[in-house]
Design a protein around this ligand. Structure first.
Ligand code: IDP
Ligand code: MG
Length: 155
């Protein structure tokens, strides 16, 4: 089982897309083990996007991600890092496959509605920025986990 960090960015929250975005991840069957609304602080944003420090879009990116509340989520399942990014689509919405979140809901790279970790290591680092360990709720089973368990017992 793998965990990834996904955020619904401030533009999507303001546009009323929260439900439609969460639905795509739920449809895939990922288990939501962490979820909250928060307004990222400058410190959180700078930690999150440290890899982009010095790039031409860096300051605008920090302004964007701190411009309002986000929905921060931790998703758990099989290959969630890769799978969540597949559902999100390419960073540049015009290159994203139709049916992905960025193709369906965004026009520009600057306001591309969602974030998803790009590796298991980034996921752990990002989860630690936005969540305390006690905010992770994994002491329950999704319907998919129950189905898979019952199949295993029968075989
Ligand atoms: P990702 O979100 O698909 O992982 P990254 O390259 O990690 O893409 O960039 C982080 C975020 O920075 C992007 O989602 C986008 O909001 C913003 N960004 C990346 N490149 C550009 C750019 O060239 N112009 C403006 N914003 C950009
Ligand atoms: Mg990235």
């Amino acid at each position: 089982m793998e965990r990834t960090f996904v955020a619904i960015k401030p533009d999507a929250v303001k546009r009323g897309l929260i439900g439609r975005i969460i639905k795509r991840f739920e449809n895939r069957g990922y288990k939501i083990v962490g979820m909250k609304m928060l307004h990222p602080t400058l410190e959180m944003a700078r930690k999150h996007y440290a890899e982009h420090l010095g790039k031409p879009f860096y300051e605008r990116l920090i302004r964007y991600i701190t411009s309002g509340p986000i929905i921060a989520m931790v998703l758990q399942g099989e290959n969630t890092v890769k799978g969540a990014r597949q559902l999100m689509g390419s960073t540049q919405p015009n290159d994203a496959e139709v049916g992905t979140l960025r193709a369906d809901f965004a026009q520009t790279m600057e306001f591309n509605v969602v974030h998803g970790s790009d590796s298991v290591e980034s996921a752990q680092r990002e989860i630690d920025i936005y969540f305390k360990p006690e905010e992770i709720c994994d002491d329950w089973k999704t319907m998919l986990e129950l189905v898979m368990e019952s199949e295993k017992k029968q075989s």
